[in-house]
Design a protein around this ligand. Structure first.
Ligand code: LLP
Length: 389
């Protein structure tokens, strides 16, 4: 069976982007009823949807169980209590839910602590002993409205080395073998999550793991010729949930310099470029101190460079995009800058903090330029609010 690639909607949920990736055959990895509605809007087959997340509500479960009359490919269940609830909800609806248990392999992904998900101390997934408890429950006929067909994992995001994945896949292989003892023939797929990192810095270009190496690793562990599949006597379907890798380097945030502020600090010249985009538009630097290349959209008049802090207009000291960055000294008020690698977890994490309407989203596809979400208007933000008495 072909692998199933489910784009992680959370990375970039604009319907036009989802249309582009699903037109290429991809399915979707969703984490909320809202993301499922996006899938429905695009009439994505339920056979291509996986539902992850530690906090699925009963309402979201009902929505996914009824999705287009067929339900979805897999609920990636993250706790035993979720398993209980899903079983009850499926019973009420008179259906059977297809389930994967999300396994927490207790592997350090060596990434920013906020995007590490595969350590025992993280809230995600189910530890080994509890997975086995659930499997024993299934074998004892405890969850009659569930069909356990897969094991999933996702150990973290922006992984710049394959070795944590290799070790997680090794644990997954062992787990599937153990489960086979309890439920022979039942596990049909392994969902290996997403997480492949991208180059945010020019100098890291070519240093992140390639898709080829990643696929070789996957095939070695779970491909039809893997020792696991040979020992099971059947092949396993591989499900993937890439997000950042697909969308990250396909998007930029364009902003304009509003002011140049110079200051002398301990005898050193310090320059702030105040731009019109803020942490509400792209929160990654503020939240993870992450690095985004900044491209001045000007013809540098001189080669002289200067260290600058690029900051937004939001009333937070954490509202910055770059600190101490070398930029052409000739940048002035009115110039535009592009923040690169903003295609994943950019707009999808944006907010209206400071009552700031969010920018337009523009799709550039083979030279055609199309606005796929207009700039928000402040009036729209206020429309649903009531003026108290
Ligand atoms: N599958 C699951 C279950 C996930 O939790 C995630 C991401 C993905 C797939 C996709 O991971 P990717 O291939 O994009 O690494 N806001 C953070 C990243 C949060 C990732 C959350 N989960 C950032 O901007 O770095």
């Amino acid at each position: 069976v072909d692998p199933l690639v489910c784009f992680a909607v959370k990375a970039n949920s604009n319907l036009s982007i989802l249309r582009l990736v699903t037109d290429q055959g991809a399915g979707l990895d969703i984490v909320s009823g809202g993301e499922l509605l996006r899938a429905e809007r695009l009439q994505i087959s339920g056979e291509k949807i996986v539902f992850s997340g530690v906090g699925k509500t009963a309402g979201e479960m009902r929505q996914a169980l009824r999705y287009r009359g067929t339900g979805i490919f897999s609920f990636n269940v993250e706790s035993l209590s979720e398993l209980e609830l899903l079983n009850q909800v499926a019973k009420q609806l008179g259906v059977r839910a297809t389930v994967a248990l999300r396994f927490n392999p207790d592997v350090d992904a060596h990434t920013h602590p906020y995007v590490s998900t595969g350590l025992r101390e993280n809230k995600f997934g189910i530890p080994y002993s509890e997975v086995l408890a659930a499997v024993r429950g299934v074998a004892a006929g405890k969850y009659r409205h569930l069909r356990l067909q897969g094991i999933s994992l996702h150990i973290g995001s922006q992984l710049t080395s394959l070795s944590p994945l290799a070790s997680a896949f090794g644990h997954l292989d062992q787990l599937v073998r153990v489960i086979e003892g309890y439920l022979p023939g039942q596990i049909q797929f392994v969902d290996v999550g997403g997480g492949l990192g991208i180059a945010y810095r020019d100098k890291d270009e070519g240093r992140t793991p390639t898709i080829e190496r990643y696929c070789r690793l996957l095939v070695r562990h779970f491909g039809p010729a893997s020792s696991l599949c040979k020992d099971l006597g059947r092949s396993l379907r591989i499900v993937l949930e890439p997000g950042r890798l697909i969308a990250g380097n396909a998007g930029v945030l364009v902003t304009q310099v509003l002011y140049v502020k110079d200051r002398v600090l301990k005898g050193a010249q310090r320059r702030f470029l105040v731009v019109d985009a803020g942490m509400n538009d792209l929160i990654r630097p503020s939240l993870y101190e992450s690095y985004h290349e900044l491209l001045p959209l000007i013809q540098a008049k001189t080669h002289k460079k200067q260290r600058v802090d690029v900051v937004g207009p939001v009333c937070e000291t954490g509202d910055w995009f770059a600190r101490g960055r070398l930029m052409p000294a000739s940048i002035q008020k009115g110039d535009s800058l592009a923040l690169l690698s903003a295609g994943a977890y950019g707009f999808s994490m944006s907010s209206n903090y400071n009552t700031r309407p969010r920018p337009a989203e523009v799709l550039v596809d083979k030279g055609a330029v199309r606005c796929v979400r207009p700039r928000e208007k402040v009036e729209e933000l206020l429309a649903a609010e009531e003026v108290g008495v």
